[in-house]
Design a protein around this ligand. Structure first.
Ligand SMILES: Nc1ncnc2c1ncn2[C@@H]1O[C@H](COP(=O)(O)OP(=O)(O)O)[C@@H](O)[C@H]1O
Ligand SMILES: [Mg+2]
Length: 327
C-alpha cells in the first residue's frame, strides 16, 4: 500500500446545487497534490455513494469506508466535503462520517445543521448579540398587511434551508407576497420573511485551517440584477471586487465578526459569511456558507489568491487540519 493519504472528495449531493458541487469537487480533486494524496471523487446521490475510478464507477463500501476493485481494497483516511446544500452542508454526511470514524473537512453535525437553517441560525445569532435582519420565521399563512406593518416593504422571502438563492424573492408590494411565499414553501415549509437591508453586499472568508481562526479578505458583490439571485451568481455578469470598497471601520467589524461567529458556532474548514453594509450603520449578517463554492472563480478561492494562497495549498491545509482535529 502507498504511504499517501487516501482522500475521498465527496461531491454532487442531491439539492438544486448539485451541478455547482460537481464543479467544486472536480476543482478540489484536480488541485490536491498527487505526491501527497491518493484522491478519488465520490459522487453522493440518492441511490448511493459511487467512487469514480479509472475502470469506471464503483459503489463505495461503508465499513471500512473505501471501495474494492478486482485486485485491491482501498480505505479512505479522510473525506473532503465539497457538497453544497444537502446532504453535505447540513450535517447529514457529517453524521455518517462520524459513525464511520472518518475525519472530514467541515464543522460537525450541530454547527452544520444549525447554519443550514437560516431561521434557527439567525434566531441564535440574534440572541448572542449579532446583527441579523429583522424577520418573521413561519410555517403558517401570513397576512401581507401585518408584514407591512412589522417589517415594511420591500422584504426578502426565502426558504429556511436553501442555497444559491433558489426560492429567494425580493417582494416590493403586499400583493406579490403570497406568490413569493408559495415559491419558497416549495423548497422548505419553514420560511423567512426579512426586512430588506439596503447597502453594499459583501462576503468574507474565514478559516482555521492554517492554525488560528482568521478572516480572509472581504469581497464586494455588485449583482447584475436586482439582487444576488441564481442568475447573477453564475452568469458571470456580477462584479466581484476584492478587497471591498467599504469604510475601514466596517471592514474591521466584519473581520472581527466572522472570527467570533466561527468560534462561537464551532465551525471548521473553509467558511464564507455574507453581510450587507449600510451607509451609516454596522454591517448586518445575512448568512453563513459552510461549504462555499471552490472553483477558481469562486469568492473564497479568490480571496485566498489575493492573500497569496493557491488552491493546492488551501485544499491540502483543509485535509491536514481535518486529520489533526481527529488525532
Ligand atoms: N435581508 C436582506 N436584505 C437585502 N438583501 C437580501 C436579504 N436577504 C437576502 N438578500 C439578497 O438575496 C441573496 C440570496 O439570499 P441568501 O440569504 O444569501 O440565500 P442563499 O443561501 O440562497 O444564498 C443575497 O445574496 C442578497 O443579495
Ligand atoms: Mg447567499
Amino acid at each position: 500500500m502507498s504511504e499517501k493519504i487516501c482522500v475521498a472528495v465527496l461531491y454532487g449531493g442531491y439539492s438544486a446545487e448539485r451541478e455547482i458541487s460537481l464543479k467544486s469537487g472536480k476543482v478540489v480533486f484536480d488541485h490536491l497534490p498527487s505526491d501527497t494524496f491518493d484522491k478519488y471523487l465520490v459522487d453522493v446521490r440518492t441511490d448511493g455513494l459511487f467512487v469514480q475510478t479509472l475502470q469506471g464507477e464503483v459503489p463505495a463500501v461503508l465499513s471500512p469506508f473505501g471501495f474494492r476493485t478486482e485486485d485491491a481494497e482501498y480505505t479512505f483516511d479522510v473525506a473532503f466535503i465539497a457538497i453544497h446544500g444537502t446532504p453535505g452542508e447540513d450535517g447529514i454526511v457529517q453524521g455518517m462520517l462520524d459513525m464511520l470514524r472518518v475525519p472530514y473537512t467541515t464543522g460537525g453535525v450541530l454547527p452544520m445543521a444549525l447554519t443550514f437553517s437560516k431561521a434557527e441560525c439567525n434566531a441564535y445569532l440574534a440572541k448572542m448579540g449579532f446583527m441579523v435582519p429583522k424577520g418573521i420565521y413561519t410555517t403558517e399563512a401570513v397576512d401581507p398587511q401585518k408584514v407591512g406593518e412589522e417589517l415594511g416593504f420591500p422584504v426578502f422571502v426565502k426558504p429556511a434551508k436553501s442555497g444559491s438563492s433558489v426560492g429567494v424573492s425580493k417582494v416590493t408590494t403586499p400583493d406579490d407576497l403570497p406568490k413569493a411565499i408559495e415559491v419558497a414553501r416549495q423548497i422548505d415549509k419553514l420560511i423567512l420573511i426579512e426586512q430588506m437591508v439596503k447597502g453594499i453586499e459583501v462576503s468574507c472568508g474565514v478559516t482555521s485551517v492554517f492554525g488560528e481562526v482568521r478572516a480572509l479578505e472581504i469581497t464586494e458583490i455588485v449583482p447584475a440584477g436586482e439582487f444576488f439571485d441564481y442568475n447573477a451568481k453564475y452568469s458571470g455578469k456580477s462584479q466581484e471586487i476584492t478587497p471591498a470598497r467599504i469604510r475601514p471601520e466596517a471592514a474591521e467589524y466584519i473581520k472581527r465578526t466572522v472570527e467570533e461567529v466561527y468560534k462561537l458556532l464551532n465551525l471548521s474548514g473553509l467558511c464564507r459569511i455574507d453581510f450587507i453594509v449600510p451607509d451609516r450603520s454596522d454591517p448586518v449578517l445575512i448568512e453563513i456558507n459552510t461549504v462555499p463554492g471552490l472553483s477558481e472563480q469562486s469568492i473564497l478561492p479568490r480571496q485566498a489568491a489575493y492573500l497569496g494562497i493557491g488552491l493546492p495549498e488551501l485544499f491540502s491545509a483543509c485535509i491536514f487540519n481535518a486529520l489533526k482535529r481527529q488525532a
